[in-house]
Design a binder for this molecule. Structure first.
Ligand code: NAD
Ligand code: ZN
Length: 342
């Protein structure tokens, strides 16, 4: 089968012929139909320090996908060929304390598809049945391919009550923009999103942000005044990993405000701890998605009108992957969807 492989410890990906995977007794075999490129794939493509430390080569990469089940192992009763599915990219151990308690997103010993086990940028993928999510009938395949990053957005956005609340999102990348759509769907009032790139902010506005702020040339203090929010934002979603953005969150939340932190900072970040303490702020780190409460919420929100499709800026056949990775690298793309249909 054809697959995008990190063949060597060097920049790039290679379109190769590799053996088709065989499903084990507890696995399903999926014919991949659409995949999407994630920031993690960009780290792997560009072969940065994190990728060099983390990715064994050769490795089939990719983890954002949708496909059709074509075969199931002998222990698998709940899935059958023909079903349209995506998969949770974190394969958990099932035996640690958190897994045993049903908190599988907090597994102590997980592995990642397309990171340290074969990934989804391939014609076929096998997954343990416990990692498979069946989509509701009729879902748009390009949207279904985004359930992994949409899951990050939903998991983060739904940490705290949103109905009637004012939300500050820092970072209008694909995940921040989708989070804006989720906040709108969930009934927030002001959904203010910041970035330093105007095109990204324009996309976030299309998805549902009510006010965009380029923090390179506009002040959040002024925006807060314009919106009549004397006491500050109720909920913050940090989705940039940028140290200044986290400080913006801490400066603009109301007393008792809550910040869910998904963005991964590349360095230690200094913050004004006295504000956290005197204003009784809550800071909560967020990882992955809940298995499978987040997936359930995503499916239902899509069924009830949540539209994240504007986040897809590029669609192309998988063989044009170099164009897709270039568009991600030069910042012109938000989400790139690769089509694997014959
Ligand atoms: P992205 O890099 O595409 O988007 C980040 C955005 O932040 C960019 O548009 C950038 O211009 C913007 N930004 C930079 N400086 C800023 C500033 N000072 N203020 C506001 N915005 C600023 O990333 P993404 O794919 O949308 O993911 C968002 C973040 O979530 C990333 O940090 C990513 O690593 C992280 N992430 C975490 C998890 C997890 O499980 N915790 C999972 C997926 C992604
Ligand atoms: Zn575990």
């Amino acid at each position: 089968m054809r697959a995008l492989v990190k063949k060597e410890a060097a920049k790039g990906l290679w379109l190769e012929d590799v053996p088709q995977p065989e499903p084990g007794i507890n696995d399903v075999l999926i014919k991949v139909r659409r995949t999407a490129i994630c920031g993690t794939d960009m780290h792997i493509y560009n072969w940065d320090d994190w990728a060099q430390r983390t990715i064994p080569v050769p490795m089939v990469v990719g983890h954002e996908f949708v496909g059709e089940i074509v075969d199931v192992g002998s222990n698998v009763n709940d899935f059958k060929p023909g079903q349209i599915v995506s998969g949770e990219g974190h394969v958990v151990c099932g035996r640690c304390r958190n897994c045993m308690a049903g908190r599988r997103h907090l597994c102590n010993d997980n592995s990642g598809i397309g990171v340290d086990r074969p990934g989804a940028f391939a014609e076929y993928l096998t997954l343990p049945m416990s990692n498979v999510w069946e989509h509701a009938p009729g879902i748009d395949l390009d949207v279904a391919a985004l359930f992994d990053p949409l899951g990050n957005a939903v998991h983060t956005a739904l940490q705290f009550d949103l109905l009637g609340e004012d939300v500050l999102i820092t970072g209008a990348g694909p995940i921040g923009s989708m989070a804006a759509a989720v906040c709108r769907h969930a009934g927030a009032r002001h959904i203010v999103i910041t970035d330093v790139i105007d095109e990204r902010l324009a996309l976030a506005a299309k998805l549902g942000a009510t006010r965009t702020v380029n923090v390179a040339n506009e002040s959040l203090v002024d925006v807060q005044e314009e919106l009549g929010m004397r006491e500050g934002f109720d909920v913050g979603l940090e989705m940039s990993g940028n140290p200044q953005a986290l400080n913006d969150q801490i400066s603009h939340l109301c007393h008792g405000g809550k910040i869910a932190m998904l963005g991964i900072p590349s360095e230690n970040t200094a913050i004004d701890w006295s504000r956290v303490i005197f204003n009784m702020l809550t800071l909560k780190g967020i990882y992955g998605r809940e298995m499978y409460e987040t997936w359930y919420k995503m499916s239902v929100m899509i069924q009830t009108g949540l539209d994240i499709s504007p986040v897809i800026t590029h669609r192309m056949p998988y063989s044009d992957y170099e164009t897709g990775f270039a568009a991600m690298n030069d910042g012109s793309a938000s989400k790139v969807v690769l089509n694997w249909d014959d």
